[in-house]
Design a protein around this ligand. Sequence first.
Ligand code: RAT
Ligand code: ZN
Length: 416
Amino acid sequence: REPNETNTWLERVKQVVFETPVLDMHTHLFPRRFVKLALSGVDELLTYHYLIAETLRILPLGYDEYWSLDRERQAELIWKTLFVERTPVSEAARGVITVLKRFGLPTEGKSLDDIRRGWPNPSDGDYAEKILDLAGVKQVVMTNDPFDPQEREIWLAAGPMESYFLAALRLDPLLNDYQSLSGKLNNWGYRAGSALTEETVAELRRFLNEWIERMKAVYVAVSLPETFSFPDSSVRSTLLTEVVLPVCRAKDLPLAMMIGVKRGVNPALREAGDSVGKADIRAVERLCAGFPHNKFMVTMLSRENQHELTVTGRKFRNLMVFGSWWFLNNPSLVGEITRMRLELLGTSFIPQHSDARILEQLIYKWIHSKQVIAKVLAEKYGDLSEAGWPVSEEDIRRDVEALFAGNFWRFKNLKL
Ligand code: RAT
Ligand code: ZN
């Protein structure tokens, strides 16, 4: 192929990719009335846990000393360490620059005060809509923890949700730490004991059903360690079989499993202290095969799991492969993983979610991902057209719409 032909594909695809609205299927964002849970602004952006980990590698400061500082001071240290004294080449650091650029704020002056002063006013009524617009995102799915007392109170008091925030019922405390939960559940009026008796199972199902209804959850979710196995003799296995999967099936809701996180490898780093481990794909195979009327959306954290997860996607219609998660959300890996998935699954997967925790991150996470996804798609359309298929503008639009939103909704609404 002539180089200019490749460029033409890239231009055509990029235009569609940047025009197609995204359903961001996993974030940690909240609407403003969730108060402290709704993070935004430059100090939050700088104290993102990905950047904390990068800074504390370098800073001649004890972990505890860092944590004892207030948010502004932490942000100043991160800015000085990663952006003034070094070049912000890491993906998370470059992300901050992409956001500044989109806001028309100075990056070269290196003054955090100038940036703070120029930051758009987050208390403008339509601030969130503006950020979503800049990111090309139509709706985001939150991560909603019904066991978190702060979040729970807001849900119990709240009226209807903004249409661009969708809920996902996140069950990490239930599935990863059940023993410390039963007391809490008792206080909230559920007769859930530490042994999984018939009554406890019924009460846990009641709890899930009520929260799915209250939140209007679009799926149920859990993150799982790299040691996750299924089936086995664990409480988690029983809870999946007896509680979570029957409820999901009755409600036709997918269970999203994010597999391969090793929590607290360095506890002194707090939320920045989690790591990655290779997980056993057989757990996914057994769930998909053993529960053909349940739907599973799966992402895995280790690079080493990506090929077998993609192949497993070919074997099960009740498995939706999604995202380049966390330590994989880097251009080199998003490119590699998306290319492999297109080659093995066609367009029947969900290439990315943002995992944004701070509202403005939507801007960089989606711009960066879209640049890579467009490149890979353009390469594939180029190869296909060389093979003899006339790829039309409509083909491109249909494919990108499926990847960015359609596949999610089709799978969510699928009845098995
Ligand atoms: O990517 C992240 O921000 C992680 O800290 C986790 O939130 C992870 O995505 C998760 O949902 O557990
Ligand atoms: Zn997440």
